[in-house]
Ligand binder design. Structure first.
Ligand SMILES: *[C@@H]1O[C@H](CO)[C@@H](O)[C@H](O)[C@H]1NC(C)=O
Ligand SMILES: *[C@@H]1O[C@H](CO)[C@@H](O)[C@H](O)[C@H]1NC(C)=O
Ligand SMILES: *[C@@H]1O[C@H](CO)[C@@H](O)[C@H](O)[C@H]1NC(C)=O
Length: 480
């Protein structure tokens, strides 16, 4: 009996379990079928609890903000910043001005290879890095380096630190406190707030709209004929599709139509993009393709304004001062990028262009030739390459370099920091700002004998742009 009872008992249990499982399944099914309805029931509740958790959702402001995630090197960050200005102008949102991130502290990946960090991940890395910069006293706002006065009438801006205080309802004053009882809860709070605004909890009511599209699926356009929703000309190839086991389709989408007044995104206080990096690739733009529109004069003006955005006056003046006082004669500038990434393999080309230019100047016969050199190759490594030859030939050449130790660099760093801190109290004592690269670029824009840059270097591009816009124009330095 006992033996026979067991299976019965077992059976009963089994059938009881299967009834339980099927009802669970039905429940799930019902849940999925009515997911939309159910979620509208549940979501307002969770939104409410989030709202009370973060003061930002209660910020009663008509002001709407635009956030994005800059990354990679400075030139990249600057080009993203310009795109962000455009987006903010189109969408009439206050642009959150980010800090200058450490060189390649945050990386996107590769758009052409469809291998990029998810927007929310990227945003959170940027947030984290920005908080680190603050904590370490190394925070430098983009607005400390780039002169925003030309766009201030078109786009409202807010400093990232100010936004963080407002949005997370915290005071950053204690960030550098030595008391862990003060600092640790603050950091935890900031982390939570960062994860929230990065979109890890999804879009939250009228509070946050965190875009999750990126260059794999989207090319942003503006006022293009009938392009909204259409396919972009650049699509992943078959090989990539099979390799990734994923098919991305890239659509062109109009920024204003999809994120402007008639969209859901428009309602949100904060609109968050991921990367805003774009570059031409195979006849298309990788992520943002906003061109001059003959219909929109305001846009035309803005596009021209952001094409060239100069450094702040203190930096420009420092470059001019060095050119006048330290060099004090017409000079040639050589920008030689020799160590970083792809440039390691192009020494020969880089030097041969410089050599040609130098020889052409020698033919003209003015001696010695003044040459300003900006390079990432340490001076102790110059011997053995063309720079060594130039440096040792003191009869024909007078070489100039700028270093952090130079008085004008130190003074400028202090001045720029003070000018900014005077307006916006910083919360941790700040290390001296690194302005060397920017002053060097300005000096090169003053080089009246010409400029030789490294092909493919964004630094060289920026110098060319400064020269084109005659940043250094003075009577005694007009180009010949
Ligand atoms: C832009 O936004 C501001 C609020 O920040 C608002 O007062 C203004 O009317 C808006 N302009 C347009 C053209 O929508
Ligand atoms: C857009 O359409 C207008 C006329 O409808 C035309 O003049 C213009 O060339 C078109 N632009 C583009 C980029 O196709
Ligand atoms: C620069 O010189 C140091 C030794 O002085 C050497 O160790 C290093 O490899 C050199 N770097 C390059 C890029 O030549």
């Amino acid at each position: 009996m006992n033996g026979g009872g067991r299976p019965r008992w077992k059976n009963k249990k089994a059938s009881g379990r299967s009834i339980f499982i099927s009802s669970l399944l039905i429940l799930f099914l019902v849940f999925f079928i009515f997911y939309k309805e159910i979620s509208t029931f549940i979501l307002p509740l969770s939104t409410q609890s989030l709202s009370s958790e973060f003061s930002q959702c209660e910020v009663k402001t008509v002001e709407k903000f635009l956030w994005y995630a800059p990354h990679s090197g400075f030139s990249n960050q600057l080009s993203e910043f310009k795109t962000a200005i455009l987006m903010a102008a189109i969408l009439n949102r206050t642009l959150i001005v980010p800090p200058v991130l450490d060189h390649h502290a945050v990386a996107l990946g590769s758009c052409p290879k469809f291998r990029v960090l998810e927007p929310k991940q990227l945003r959170f890395e940027v947030w984290d890095h920005a908080i680190d910069l603050l904590k370490e006293g190394r925070y430098v706002s983009m607005a400390e380096i780039i002169d925003l006065s030309s766009i201030s009438t078109v786009v409202q801006t807010i400093d990232f630190r100010h936004f963080v205080s407002l949005w997370c309802g915290v005071s950053l004053n204690s960030l550098c406190s030595y008391d862990p009882n003060i600092q640790i809860p603050l950091l935890n709070n900031l982390r939570k707030c960062g994860s929230f605004v990065s979109g890890f909890r999804g879009n939250v009511g009228k509070c946050l709209y965190a875009l999750d599209v990126d260059c794999r699926t989207t090319v942003w356009t503006y006022q293009e004929n009938d392009s909204d929703g259409g396919l972009d000309s650049f699509q992943p190839n078959e090989q990539l599709k099979t390799k990734k086991k994923m098919s991305y389709v890239r659509h062109r989408r109009d920024v204003y139509k999809n994120l402007g007044p008639s969209s859901e995104a428009h309602l949100s206080t904060v609109l968050a993009f991921g990367s805003l990096f774009s570059a031409p690739y195979r006849g298309s733009q990788l992520y943002v393709d906003i061109k001059e529109s003959p219909k929109d004069h305001q846009m035309q003006t803005l596009l021209r304004k952001i094409e060239f955005m100069p450094f702040v006056p203190d930096i420009i003046n420092a470059g001019k001062e060095f050119a006048q006082k330290n060099i004090g004669a017409p000079f040639l500038c050589a920008q030689l990028r020799l160590l970083d990434g792809q440039f390691k393999n192009h020494w020969k080309t880089t030097f041969s262009v410089l050599k040609q230019k130098v020889e052409a100047l020698q033919q003209k016969g003015s001696h010695p030739i003044n040459l300003f050199v900006m390079t990432d190759l340490p001076r102790s490594n110059w011997s053995g390459c063309y720079l060594g030859d130039l440096a040792s030939n003191v009869k024909s050449f007078k070489l100039h370099v700028l270093s952090e130790r130079e008085e004008v660099v130190k003074r400028t760093a202090a001045k720029v920091t003070a000018a900014f801190d005077g307006i916006k109290r910083t919360h941790c004592s700040r290390q001296s700002l690194d302005v060397l690269l920017f002053v060097e670029e300005t000096i090169c824009s003053c080089a009246s004998l010409g400029f030789v840059g490294t092909a493919g270097s964004t630094i060289a591009e920026n110098i060319e742009l400064m020269r084109k816009n005659k940043v250094c124009l003075r009577d005694d330095e007009i180009e010949v």
